[in-house]
Design a protein around this ligand. Structure first.
Ligand code: SF4
Ligand code: SF4
Length: 380
């Protein structure tokens, strides 16, 4: 049976411009709400919240709940690995960060083209298998944003893997770039458990264009927009857990309610989902899920995830000249120690970090043109 997992990638912040300023009071309330609702699967990673995500999990869950009452999954950060000697200290650091003696689920983080330096040059699979044999991991797996052929190669070569974490939602299900459905089919073929991430595609599916929302509401005014996304993922076969990453107590409350009421979509509703997907696809300007993997790579300190988010929202508002998102961009540009879109020097260091294969410097040129030149006439 599918469970609802609490993803800890986008936790509430005290200062919205500082990813390390996690609002622990809010996180504690969220964890309590989630546990009280009868769920217990948490997901974090070494890189979340610029390296303090695992510690937030420790403070909020491990220090306040008995170890046997919850399950934790975390991930080996392939992005930083270049040699074998890094593995033991990193793993030990993760156990310490999380405050646990073992991980229930441990995965290689985003095995795909842009982490190949790590998985081609270092024997990561033997390492996690060894850690499992030593009792530090219960189950080993991978997360990936690679395509179905790539996943098949991995699962064929590594029968020891027990599960895969995949990006699945109704918008990506038949998307040629993401290949969700085909990846899920490959995982099933190899009898692997599937975990789902990004069921709302980084929030896109909670905030769809008005035309799409109207289709959903006309069909059933009592159902929220996100309920369609949740019902879609919660009823996919052979999925063990759906991780949703709430940033507020209210979002988490909604996720729990929607999950508990996630009856399967009927044929008519599946048709509506297809129409909704077409509308969203024709409105999305940048396919960014706000994962923030690119942000650390940027020497110009451009908060790429943030400016893309503002840009998408601005574009979604029917091409108005001025929007509150343009205003938010102006506010962002005045913060100390941040780069703006036009600061991009096109070094391309960010591109290989992006699981969505976005040509970031190219898009930043559009962002700069829209927000800086057309709206505000910035001078550089
Ligand atoms: S290409 Fe631009 S956005 Fe990307 S890392 Fe370089 S300066 Fe930063
Ligand atoms: S641009 Fe790519 S790597 Fe950066 S936040 Fe968006 S999806 Fe993630």
């Amino acid at each position: 049976m599918t469970k609802l997992g609490m993803g800890m990638m986008r936790l509430p912040l005290v200062d919205e411009n500082d990813q390390t300023s996690i609002d622990m009071e809010q996180v504690n309330k969220m964890v309590d709400l989630y546990m009280d609702a009868g769920f217990n699967c948490f997901d974090t990673a070494f890189v979340y919240h610029e390296g303090v995500g695992e510690a937030a999990f420790r403070e909020s869950v491990v220090k306040r709940y008995p170890r046997e009452s919850f399950k934790i999954s975390t991930k080996l950060p392939l992005f930083v690995i270049t040699e074998e000697s890094q593995l033991e200290p990193l793993f030990a650091q993760q156990l310490e960060n999380c405050g646990v003696d073992y991980f229930d689920y441990y995965m290689l983080h985003n095995v795909s083209g842009f982490t190949e330096n790590a998985w081609k040059n270092v024997d990561l699979y033997s390492f996690i298998q060894k850690k499992k044999e030593e009792g530090y991991i219960k189950h080993i797996g991978i997360s990936t944003h690679g395509n179905a052929e790539f996943l098949e190669e991995i699962l064929f070569e590594h029968p020891e893997l027990e599960f895969v974490l995949l990006q699945i939602n109704y918008l990506d299900w038949d998307d040629e770039g993401i290949d969700s459905r085909k990846c899920w089919e490959v995982a099933r073929k190899y009898n692997k458990k599937v975990m789902i991430m990004e069921p709302y595609k980084g929030g896109f599916l909670a905030d769809v264009p008005q035309e799409a929302e109207k289709l959903m509401k006309d069909y059933n005014p009592d159902r929220s927009v996100v309920s369609w996304a949740m019902r879609f993922v919660a009823n996919i076969d052979d999925v063990c857990v759906v991780y949703t990453g709430a940033s507020t107590l209210e979002q988490l409350e909604n996720n729990i309610d929607e999950f508990k009421n996630a009856d399967p979509l009927n044929d008519e509703e599946m048709e509506i989902i297809k129409e909704v997907s077409d509308i969203i696809n024709s409105n999305i300007t940048v396919d960014c899920t706000k994962c923030r993997y690119c942000v650390d790579a940027c020497a110009e300190e451009i908060d790429i995830a943030k400016v893309f988010d503002l840009y998408n929202k601005h574009k979604m508002l029917e091409k108005e000249d001025w929007t509150q998102f343009g205003n938010a961009y102006l506010n962002y540009s005045k913060l100390p120690d941040v780069g703006i879109a036009s600061d991009c020097i096109e070094c391309e260091a960010c591109i290989e970090e992006c699981p969505q294969s976005i040509n970031i410097p190219e898009v930043l040129k559009d962002v700069a043109k829209t927000f800086e030149t057309e709206i505000y006439g910035f001078e550089n």
